[in-house]
Design a protein around this ligand. Structure first.
Ligand code: FMN
Length: 388
């Protein structure tokens, strides 16, 4: 399974082509759109989210509600494009229009791709960089993840995500999975504890008032992944490594860990390895899940626990020093419009990025021309964990 995304932030649309999805999988576009809406929500987001109402249209690969096994194309129309036709359209623009619209951006924002992207691709108008480097692209990745999750749900593999920390305020109690499941999407900051939710809202409000932004930590949990997905035999087949790459490729994500993550640096080995137990109905299992479901780059049958760290959004109302690329003069970088905290939304992006990596690894592991073929092999693998 693989995909390509295209589209600029203020262009006509985002497009995704996904190849390798098994045939005969039931797909309902409303399930994809549910994920899309979730990505747009969350406390602390700016005006753009009120302008755009992301909705996916499926234009290939699905017929009468079922996948054909051919490439699936999804498009997300940017409603805002009507206002950007001249600036972002494919047609040449007259010099007069250019002047009228003050089209050229020469002031790079610290923390964004603007300056280095301009140098690298020889753009003197930094809009040519920021349009594609924008986190708008994550909408396309959520669409891919939503298709992945529909597939994985058929195999009894389910996803849960939450926010663990924003701006230093933590909801990092080690809740059991049932508590997390019961509290998913309960509030607009996506934390389990409602009192902490209010503290976080207050923190976001004060950051906004100060013209600043805040980041945080998000967590995705995957339940039901059979043992032995991924491999220890080669670096690029280790599933934890592939998930890490996926998460850090999301805009503003600067770190990833599994299970107890960086706490492993402080604890003795006896408190970090998970003891192996056996039960005649469930087979091999672990007495704990400190390692977050991975040993040797392979799933060990315990829930997969992925943590991702998001930096504070770089576009600030509080201006930072930067340099104009034409005049080389110093200026204070100001903003167009921006979120003050996108951590709740980003937790949805992480969940969907993890879903794609897991779907991809499963489809590499098992023959999967059609969904029933895949299902029967997954059943066999689950049996192996009992019979081995
Ligand atoms: C869901 C989401 C929303 C984001 N919204 C904004 C935003 O409104 N303003 C902003 O400056 N950066 C935003 N970012 C982060 C930037 O896209 C990102 O920091 C930038 O592209 C530079 O990439 P880097 O931080 O990975 O180096 C967002 C990121 C995500 C995941």
């Amino acid at each position: 399974m693989r995909y390509l995304t295209s589209g600029e932030s203020h262009g006509p649309q985002l497009t995704v082509i996904i190849e390798g999805v098994p045939a005969n999988l039931e797909i309902n576009v409303s399930d994809i759109n549910e994920e899309m809406f979730k990505r747009q929500g969350g406390y602390g987001r700016g005006r753009r989210m009120q302008i755009e109402k992301d909705a996916v249209e499926i234009v290939s690969g699905v017929r009468n509600g079922y996948t054909l096994g051919s490439p699936i194309t999804l498009i997300v129309t940017n409603d805002d494009f009507t206002h950007w036709k001249k600036i972002m359209g494919a047609d040449p623009i007259s010099e007069e229009d250019q002047d009228n619209m003050k089209r050229v951006i020469t002031k790079p924002r610290p923390g964004h791709a603007d300056l280095i992207g301009g140098m690298k691709y020889n753009h003197r108008d930094l809009r040519n960089v920021l349009e594609r480097s924008s986190a708008r692209e994550t909408a396309a990745r959520v669409a891919v993840g939503a298709v992945s999750k529909i597939l994985l749900k058929q195999l009894d593999i389910n996803f849960y995500s939450r926010v663990v920390e924003i701006g230093g305020i933590k909801d990092d109690t080690e809740y059991d999975l049932e508590t997390i499941k019961a509290n998913i999407d309960k509030n607009d900051v996506r934390v389990v504890n409602d009192e902490i939710a209010q503290e976080i809202r207050d923190k976001i409000d004060s950051a906004k008032k100060a013209g600043d932004t805040i980041g945080g930590v998000v967590q995705t949990i995957v339940e039901g992944l059979p043992v032995g997905i991924g491999s220890y035999v080669h670096y690029d087949r280790k599933l934890d490594g592939r998930i890490a790459q996926g998460v850090v490729s999301i805009n503003a994500f600067k770190g990833v860990s599994f299970g107890e993550g960086f706490k492993a640096a402080e604890k003795p080995g006896s408190e970090i390895q998970d003891e192996i137990l056996y039960d005649t109905t469930k087979g091999y299992y672990r007495g704990s899940n400190h390692l977050g479901g991975f040993e040797g780059g392979m799933s060990n049958g315990m829930p997969i626990v992925v943590n991702g760290v998001m930096k504070p959004i770089p576009t600030l109302y509080k201006p930072l020093n930067s340099v104009d690329i034409n005049t080389k003069e110093s200026f204070k970088a100001s903003i167009e419009r921006s979120d003050s905290c996108a951590v709740p939304a980003a937790s949805v992006v992480v969940e969907n990025v993890v879903a794609f990596e897991i779907a991809k690894a499963l489809l590499e592991e098992f023959q999967s021309n059609h969904i029933d073929q895949l299902k029967s092999q997954i059943d066999e693998r689950r049996l192996l964990n009992i019979e081995y």
